[in-house]
Design a protein around this ligand. Structure first.
Ligand code: DON
Length: 303
C-alpha cells in the first residue's frame, strides 16, 4: 500500500475544508489554536510512519487519551471496569449529565466524559498516579520521550471544569467513584492536556491494530480485549455522531476537542488526523473528511 501517496491525495482533496468548523472555545486555552492546521499520519504494523502536512506538530490530545486509559485499566483489572461503566452509545453530547440519574450513576460508555472519569478513577486506584501512568505509556509506545502535559491547558480545564466536577460528584454520590473527587479531576485534566502529534498517536495506538501487542512485542491486552476496545471506539468514539462516523469512515475511531482523531484498521495500520475546526458534536470537520477519503481510496475498512 502506498500510504504516502494516499495521504498526499487526501491532503489535496480535503484542502477546501481546512478551517471549517470552530476550535473548541469552552476550554479557553484551546481557542487560540490556528484553525488552518491540518496533519495526518499512518503507522503500519512494523512501526513505519508516513505523514502529510502538520503531522509532526503537537496538539492537545484531549479525549483521544480516553482510549489509552481504558486499555490500561483493562490491562490492570480486566473486566472489572465494566461493573462501573457501560458500553452502549449515549446518543448525547460528550459532556451530558442527563442519563446519569436515570442510570444510577453508571455512565453509558468509557468515551463520554462521565465514563472517562470513572475509568481514570479506576486507573488511579490501580496505579496511584493515573496521569503519569498514561504519559509514560504514550512516551514508550510513541517512542517520543518529549511528550508532556500542558500546564496551561490543564489549568484552563480546571478553571472552567464545573461540568466535569458536577459529573464526578454526582457519580460519587452513587458510590461509583473511589478516589477523592478533586484529585480525580486533577488527573483527568492533566490526562486531557497531553500534547502529542499525529505521528505520536498513530504509533502509540498500534497495539489496537496489533490485536493487543505493544511495540516491543509484549502483550498489553488479550486479542479479545483489543477487539472490545475497537468495538467501543466504533460505537461510542465520536459521541452522538458515532453512527455517522461509522457510515462515512467504517473504522473504530476516537476524537478529541483538540481536533485530533485516531482510527484503527485492525491487522493493518493506525491513523491519526488533526485539524482544529470542529463540527457541532465536537469532531474535526476536515479530520472526519480525511478519514472518509482514506477508507474510500484504499478500501481499508472493517466492513
Ligand atoms: O473534559 C473535557 O471536556 C475535555 N477535556 C475533553 C473533551 C473531548 O475531547 C471530547 N471530544 N470530542
Amino acid at each position: 500500500m502506498d500510504y504516502q501517496g494516499v495521504l498526499e491525495e487526501i491532503a489535496r482533496d480535503v484542502a477546501p475544508l481546512i478551517g471549517s468548523g470552530e476550535p473548541a472555545a469552552y476550554i479557553p486555552a484551546l481557542a487560540d489554536v490556528d484553525p488552518k492546521r491540518f496533519g495526518m499520519a499512518v503507522a503500519d504494523l512494523d512501526g513505519n510512519v508516513y505523514g502529510v502536512g502538520d503531522w509532526r506538530t503537537p496538539f492537545s490530545a484531549q479525549s483521544i487519551t480516553k482510549v489509552f486509559t481504558l486499555a490500561l485499566v483493562l490491562a490492570h483489572g480486566g473486566d472489572s471496569v465494566w461493573e462501573h461503566v457501560g458500553r452502549e452509545p449515549s446518543g448525547n453530547p460528550f459532556n451530558s449529565l442527563v442519563q446519569l440519574e436515570y442510570e444510577n450513576g453508571i455512565p453509558r460508555n468509557p468515551f463520554i466524559n462521565a465514563g472517562a472519569l470513572v475509568v481514570t478513577d479506576r486507573l488511579q486506584t490501580w496505579t496511584g498516579d493515573a496521569s503519569s501512568e498514561l504519559l509514560e505509556f504514550l512516551r514508550r509506545e510513541s517512542g517520543n520521550p518529549e511528550l508532556a502535559f500542558n500546564a496551561e491547558v490543564a489549568g484552563s480545564e480546571s478553571e472552567h471544569g464545573d461540568r466535569n466536577a458536577a459529573l464526578a460528584h454526582f457519580m460519587a454520590s452513587y458510590g461509583n467513584i473511589a478516589n477523592p473527587v478533586p484529585a480525580l479531576l486533577d488527573h483527568y485534566f492533566w490526562q486531557c492536556s497531553i500534547e502529542t502529534s499525529c505521528a505520536d498517536l498513530a504509533l502509540a495506538a498500534r497495539f489496537l491494530a496489533r490485536h493487543g501487542l505493544l511495540a516491543d512485542g509484549s502483550r498489553l491486552l488479550t486479542r479479545s480485549e483489543a477487539k472490545q476496545v475497537n468495538a467501543v471506539m466504533l460505537t461510542c468514539g465520536t459521541y452522538d455522531a458515532a453512527g455517522e462516523f461509522a457510515y462515512r469512515v467504517g473504522l473504530p475511531g476516537k476524537s478529541g476537542v483538540g481536533g485530533g482523531i485516531v482510527a484503527v484498521v485492525p491487522g493493518q495500520c493506525t491513523l491519526c488526523v488533526w485539524s482544529p475546526g470542529l463540527d457541532e458534536r465536537g469532531n474535526s470537520v476536515a479530520g472526519v473528511a480525511a478519514l472518509d477519503r482514506f477508507t474510500t481510496l484504499t478500501g481499508l475498512s472493517v466492513f
